[in-house]
Design a protein around this ligand. Structure first.
Ligand code: PGA
Length: 254
């Protein structure tokens, strides 16, 4: 099921970079990818650097994303950040349900669902992360896990609510480990995800949903990953921290 989907290469900076480091990296990135066409680019710096990085990205095509948001619009939620606050910095995208949030900070499919709802209501593009652990893969549970995360995370929505939707398939065992899923494993999972979206929401949404692969993406493996029909881009962690390395990924061989 191949369709016209503009690839999206997204950088997740996690808990790295001070404001000045983030600004420098963003400036270098904007310069280095100035000539790249046909691919959407997004970077998600830490909250503290969003406003400053937004100023750097202002006249570029690089989109700004956050790494999380809270579902309430405001309130006594110490340490949390709202959609309106993200919008006020210039964010257009938000990563939701990253496996590190699920693993260390109590994120569940239910809270993922709430965050996606709030993101969409505020016209922030949700980048919904799903993926199986190594034990789940070894137990042959990969598809069940992906199905459950999709069903619960997208519960209560109809197709129109979810435009635009980005899903990031990130096998937990491949994140930051140097182990990458084979292109075949990635394609198999992406195809399955698209099929589930189609079953639940129909062909139109399934065809327009961009499914990114994440987990040790590097300049050396992006070309092959991007040849797969259901791989519509990448969510890049470690290799997005250096502008020249990330630029190589953005400029992958098409
Ligand atoms: P990695 O991280 O590229 O460092 O494996 C990917 C991610 O966590 O989004």
């Amino acid at each position: 099921m191949e369709a016209e989907r503009t690839p999206l290469i997204a950088g997740n900076w996690k808990m790295y970079k001070t404001v000045s480091e983030a600004v420098k990296t963003a400036e270098a990135l904007v310069n280095q990818i100035a000539d790249v066409t046909g691919v959407d680019v997004m970077i998600a710096p830490p909250f503290t650097a969003l406003a400053s990085v937004a100023a750097v990205l202002k006249d570029s095509t690089v989109a700004l994303g956050a790494q999380n948001l809270h579902w309430e619009s405001e309130g006594a939620f110490t340490g949390e950040i709202s959609a309106v606050m993200l919008l006020s910095t210039g964010c257009t995208h938000v990563i939701i349900g990253h496996s590190e949030r699920r693993q260390y900070f109590g994120e569940t499919d239910e809270t993922v669902n709430q965050r996606i709802r709030t993101a969409l209501q505020n016209r922030l593009v949700p980048v919904m992360c799903i993926g199986e652990s190594e034990a789940e893969r070894d137990a042959g549970e990969t598809f069940n896990v992906l199905d459950k995360q999709l069903q619960k995370g997208l519960k209560g929505f109809v197709s129109d609510d979810l435009t635009p939707l980005v899903v990031a398939y990130e096998p937990v065992w491949a994140i930051g480990t140097g182990k990458t899923a084979t292109t075949e494993q990635a394609q198999e999972a992406h195809k399955f995800i698209r099929l589930q979206v189609e079953k639940k929401f129909g062909n139109k949404l399934a065809n327009s949903t961009r499914i990114l692969y994440g987990g040790s993406v590097k300049p050396g493996n992006i070309d092959e990953l991007m040849t797969m029909p259901d791989v519509d881009g990448a969510l890049v962690g470690g290799a997005s921290l250096d502008a020249s390395v990330f630029s190589q990924i953005v400029g992958y061989r098409k």
